[in-house]
Design a protein around this ligand. Structure first.
Ligand SMILES: *Cc1c(COP(=O)(O)O)cnc(C)c1O
Length: 351
């Protein structure tokens, strides 16, 4: 037990670890393909059409990863040297290797939105920088829904709209990092197209809870996507017979409703872990479970290593917090088994 490749491992490191279903593999095999850089791939074209329809935009673009989707959006929306307004714990700031500075030459200004996850209109006003002889000007506001690092929080539409409306008044475009947009939609019982109604562009991942092996979608206006297509080429993301990976992506779009099962499994996992001596796990809103092991006196790094030894995959978030994600390849029974394994860690650590 203990290696992520071990079949007995219950892998909760991320919702990206799902393996393609038989239907996805069949769709990949049978896909009609062409050279997508020439826009000849009918399967990619269909995926882009369906994705745009789902989020209610004019157009969409298939990209190899969520990170590339976010970075393309930043590049399209901003000019060199402008300010990028980001939430302090956003994925773009924390986990994208400083890409905005490297690929778009923008300067970042951070806002701490706390549990609200997106800045208030007042925070947007205060952080806004007007272009002048001395100042660069604010080029873009990025929001995130669900908010990964703050625990998979589903941000209500009114918070997104309030921030977007203020940015709009200031002439600042808004990009939404919606890697787990559909988790937010399911948790809030709000259709995805309504959640993104007031932003200028949105990225969502096919390769997380929706279960596709590869890829994310970037969506927005026809004009935005035309420029995004050029930048995708620049960043090395122009793909050829990509229908082979887009076909499972189309199957993945049918998996939106089943995200509710992941949310239920996450609630079960958190409530059982919270009952264990020394562990604290607040009730999750979506499929991200955060566990605090400080009362136990165990760092996240130690906790993750112990989990791996016991056959549970987890990921350290912070000094004392660990993230566990539920997904399509773990069942309710797997969750019960994971809790038993973690219980044995807690008991032997106290002894
Ligand atoms: C996973 C994730 C991304 C990036 O997606 P990749 O496909 O892993 O590059 C971006 N934003 C958030 C919030 C994410 O959780």
């Amino acid at each position: 037990m203990g290696r992520p490749s071990d079949p007995t491992m219950i892998d909760l490191r991320s919702d990206t670890v799902t393996k393609p279903s038989d239907r996805m593999r069949e769709a990949a095999r049978d896909a009609d393909v062409g050279d997508d850089v020439y826009r000849d791939d009918p399967t990619v074209n269909e995926l882009e059409r369906r994705a745009a329809e789902l989020v209610g935009t004019e157009a969409a673009l298939y990209v190899p990863s969520g990170t590339m989707g976010n970075q393309i959006a930043i590049r399209v929306h901003t000019d060199r040297g402008e300010e990028l307004l980001l939430e302090q714990e956003s994925h773009i700031h924390r986990w994208e290797v400083g890409g905005a500075a490297q690929l778009s030459a923008v300067q970042t200004r951070l806002v701490d939105a706390g549990d609200r996850c997106v800045p208030t209109p007042e925070q947007v006003w205060e952080a806004y920088v007007e272009e002048s002889l001395h100042r660069p000007g604010t080029g873009l506001l990025c929001l995130e829904n669900t908010h990964n690092y703050r625990g998979g929080i589903a941000v209500p539409k009114e918070f997104v709209d309030a921030a977007a409306e203020t940015a709009g008044e200031l002439g600042v475009p808004v990009h939404l990092d919606g890697a787990r947009l559909f988790n937010a939609g399911v948790a809030l019982d709000t259709p995805a197209d309504e959640l993104v109604e007031n932003v200028d562009s949105v990225m969502f991942c096919l390769s997380k809870g929706l279960g596709a092996p590869v890829g994310s979608m970037l969506a927005g206006s026809r004009e935005f996507i035309a420029e995004a297509r050029r930048i995708r080429k620049l960043f090395g993301g122009g793909m050829r017979q990509a229908g082979v990976i887009a076909a499972p992506g189309l199957v993945a779009l049918e998996n939106v409703d089943r995200l509710a099962d992941d949310h239920e499994n996450a609630r079960l996992l958190a409530s059982e872990l919270d009952d264990l001596e020394g562990l604290r796990s607040p009730e999750p809103e979506t499929n991200v479970v955060v566990v605090d092991s400080s009362e136990l006196g165990m760092t996240a790094e130690e906790f993750v290593a112990a989990c791996e030894n016991a056959g549970v995959g987890a990921g350290a978030f912070d000094e004392y917090t660990t993230r566990l994600c539920t997904h399509r390849d773990v069942s309710g029974a797997d969750i019960e088994a994971a809790v038993e394994r973690i219980e044995s860690i807690v008991e032997s650590f106290e002894a």
